[in-house]
Design a protein around this ligand. Structure first.
Ligand SMILES: [Ca+2]
Ligand SMILES: [Ca+2]
Ligand SMILES: [Ca+2]
Length: 82
C-alpha cells in the first residue's frame, strides 16, 4: 500500500539550501540542510538514505532549537533545490 506523499509544515516557504553534502562520493548530494524562513538558521534537514537521488527522510526543526520536531518519509513536499 502506498500512502500519498505527506506534505510537512516548515517555518517558511522560501527555501534556501545552506548545505548539500555528498557523503558517499557518488557525485550527488545525499544530505541537505535548508533554511525556509530567511533567518539564516537551518530548519529543514533531508537525507537520501538509499542514494537514488531522491529524499527519503525529511526532518523539520520548527523552533530551531537544534532538535527536529517533525520527521516524515519522503521529501515532505519540499524537494531539494540543489
Ligand atoms: Ca530558518
Ligand atoms: Ca533515496
Ligand atoms: Ca526543535
Amino acid at each position: 500500500m502506498t500512502e500519498p506523499q505527506e506534505t510537512v509544515e516548515t517555518r517558511g516557504d522560501d527555501r534556501v539550501d545552506l548545505l548539500a553534502a555528498d557523503t558517499d562520493g557518488d557525485g550527488r548530494p545525499d544530505v541537505w540542510v535548508a533554511d525556509t524562513d530567511g533567518d539564516g538558521k537551518a530548519d529543514l534537514f533531508q537525507f537520501d538514505t538509499d542514494h537514488d537521488g531522491k529524499v527519503d527522510i525529511t526532518m523539520v526543526d520548527l523552533d530551531e532549537d537544534g532538535t527536529p520536531d517533525t520527521v516524515v518519509d519522503g521529501d515532505g513536499g519540499h524537494p531539494p533545490t540543489v
